[in-house]
Design a protein around this ligand. Sequence first.
Ligand code: IMP
Length: 432
Amino acid sequence: MGGTCVIGLQWGDEAKGKLVDILTEGMDLVVRYQGGANAGHTVVYGDDVYKLHHIPSGILNDGVLNLISAGVVINPATILDEIDGLQARGVDVASRMKISRRAHVVMPWHTLEDRMWNRLVSGEANIGTTLRGIGPCYADKIGRSFAIRMGDLIRDDFASRVDQIVEVKKKVLSATGAEDIGSLDAAKIVSEFSGYADRLRPFVTDTNRIVLDAVEAEKQVLFEGAQGSLLDIDHGTFPFVTSSNASGTGISSGSGAPGNWLTRIIGVCKSYSTRVGGGPFPTEQDNEHGEHIREMGKEFGTTTGRPRRCGWFDAVAVRYTARLGGITSVALTMLDVLSAMDEIQVCTAYELDGERIDYFPSHAEDLKRLTPIYETLPGWNHDVTGARTVADLPEKAISYCQRIQELIGRPIEFISVGPDREQTIVVDTLTA
Ligand code: IMP
C-alpha cells in the first residue's frame, strides 16, 4: 500500500495524462501538486477530447475526489473556464474536486510581470515562458509579503490586501517600463476576483487534512505531476526551467503527503525527446529528423500552440531524472512516432572538454557545449499502433525498448503506441 505517482522524466509533454487516466480506476483521490495553467494535458475519453490545465485528469471518473493541493498556482478565470467546460459536458465537477486554501493565486500583475521579464531578456538568455504569470506568482510565494493564497481570495479582507499590493506592484512595474499598467486598477481587480471567489468558495478547503486522513486510512491515492523533471526549479536545466519542483522531489512538498508513503513512482518518458521554449537540449535535431518527429508526433504545445523542439532519446538525462525521482517503473510513450525510421539514435553518454562523461551536468552552459555520444539502433519500419501486447511489437521495436530500459536502469511497465487508452501495452516481461 502507499501512494502511486506519475511524473515526467524529460521536459514535459510526455503524455502523462493518459496514464493518469488509466491508473485512476480504483483510486480514492487524484492529487495535482505543482505547476499551474502553464501545463496542459489532453485526456481522450471515448469520442471526447478534454484539454485541462489545472484540473486533475481523474475528474472524468465518478467516485474519485480530485485535489488541487498547496504546491499549485491557480488562475481563477482559467480554472472556472475548465469547470464550466466540463460541467457543460455533464461532468459533475462540484462533487469531485477540492482546491487547497494554501494554493497560491495568479493575479493580473503576475501576468504583466511575466511579459515584462520576457521582454527585458532577449536572445539565448530568454527562458521562453508560457507567459501565464507562473514564475512571478511563485516568486511572490517565496517572497511572501505580496502573495495571495486561495484562503486569502475567499476572505473578507481580500480588497485591502489587493489595495496594498497593487500600490507596490505599480511602482515596480512602471520603473521597468512595463506595458498595460493601466489595467492594474485595484477596484476593478477586487470586483472581478470577488466574483471568482464566490464561485470557487465551495471548492476551497484544507486539502492537507484530506491527504493525511487518506494516508492514515491507507486509501488509494494517485499523485499527478505536471511538466517534467528536467524543468524542475532546483534540479533541472536552470534557469531554463519552470518555477516549481516538477521532478519527483516535488510530490511530497506540493501535496503534503509524507515522502515515505510514496511507494510506486512511475516515470513517463517519450521514446525520443522534446522541449518547448529556450534552454539547452543536447540531443536536439534541428534538421529533417526533428522535423519528421514533430510531424509524426504532432509536437505542438497544448497550452501555447508553439512547435516543440524535437530530438533523439537522451538516456543520460533520463537515467538522471529516474534516479532523482526514485522511479520504480517507467512508461515509455509515443513509440509509434518512430515507426517510419530506418535508423534511430540514442544518446548514451556525453563528451565535455574532451572527456567522456555519463552524468547530467548542472550548468546550462556545459549542457550547451557538450557533444552527445550516440548509439545507432535499427528502426522497425512497421506500424505499431495496433499492438496490445509486447508480442505484437516487431522484434526491433522490442530491442529498442530493451536498450532504453537497460540504459536508464528501471523496468518499463507500460508502452504507449497511440493516444487512445487501449493503445497502451502493460509490460510483463520485455521479450518477444
Ligand atoms: P513557465 O512555466 O511558463 O514559467 O515556463 C518556463 C519554461 O517551462 C518554458 O520553457 C516553458 O516552455 C516550459 N514549460 C512550462 N510548462 C510546460 C509544460 O507543461 N510542458 C512543457 N514545457 C513547459
